[in-house]
Design a protein around this ligand. Sequence first.
Ligand code: ADP
Length: 403
Amino acid sequence: MKILAFNCGSSTLKFQLAEITEENGVFGKERRLALGTVDRIGRQGTVRCLILPGKEFSQPVTMAGHGEAVRWVLGWLDENILSGRNGLTAAGHRVVHGGDLFVNPTLINDDVVRGIESLSHLAPLHNEPALSAIRATREILGSAVPQVAVFDTAFHRTLPGAAGYALPADLVDKHKIRRYGFHGLAHRYMTERYAAITGTPPEQTKLITLQLGNGCSAAAIEYGRSVDTSMGFTPLEGLVMGTRSGDIDPTLAGYIAKREKVEVQEVERWLNARSGLLGVSGLSSDMRELLEAEDREDKRAALAVDMFCYRVRKFIGAYLAVLGGADAVIFGGGIGENSPRVRARICQAMDWCGLEIDPGRNAAAIGIEGRISAGSSRIEAWVIPVYEETVIAHDTAACLYSR
Ligand code: ADP
């Protein structure tokens, strides 16, 4: 079957068209046919596409929203590879927040769209891009091509009560306040890939997975199940991110609002969009630019990178305690996959717990899978580039098969 996977970020749309074989309910490894990214949606951006094995295409574009980007991608696929959408079996979408309505991959119909819309109050910034993509895909492909929603919160549904918020029970119940956790597809992918590469079943491993991109999160994975994660009710909590503050004293929202004479919602916007690496450095949310600025002795950029690495190290320490030790720490996401310098800085002086990075292996693992810990390290460290679209495609196929 040919599955088209869409993955909406706040200002990007990634897609992948893959062929997946199935025999008696067992799915083979996907064969990727085409993939691409539309970036800077809402501003002047670029679309980059690749027809595998190696025909590249890129052009500047200005897309008003994710719906328009989806229309463009479907048109491009139609012209270049699907010819009249022949043979497209299904489309899958990553949806950030499934709330307590959705856990399993779900076949999309009008009720499901309404359900995802009804969660908008939990995640005003996060579900809307996926909803626009879903609406546009349904409009163009019609009911002949089924669509499936795959939820980023689902992998963390196994979090124990102890990992939740110590808030009054009546408020928690009334307003469905939970540590939902996000980046579930990425943490699951790293867990499953580690198992496949090392030949160890997930049920026998304790892992700390780190998804370090523009958005960042850590997860403690015990025997294949997520038992703690750094993002919570929304993706704002936890690590220092490109533009998000991560953990702060919660009273700061009200305090800043009062002092700046703005609504709390405006401060929440600042915490999401102008804090983190961008806010501390005053320069950029992009780790590459900050590392370059640090080399030019820009002190604020250096502080931003220090805070970033320190916070990740702090979570590794916490999760070692949560898990009672770990077999491996896994790095994924744009920063985790591509920056030996940041990885080394995060893990520096962690030999006390048995985590030692091998400088040569670390330097070599850029954008590729590889073990980066020293032979003598009691805890392994790995780089595992994350392909969320692959998880979306497999979940979509499995959802269709189960029906
Ligand atoms: P998103 O979370 O939006 O999917 P990515 O996973 O693509 O984002 O990660 C983007 C981040 O990865 C940016 O901060 C970017 O600077 C960083 N990054 C990409 N390549 C490198 C590199 N070679 N060195 C350091 N950081 C990198």
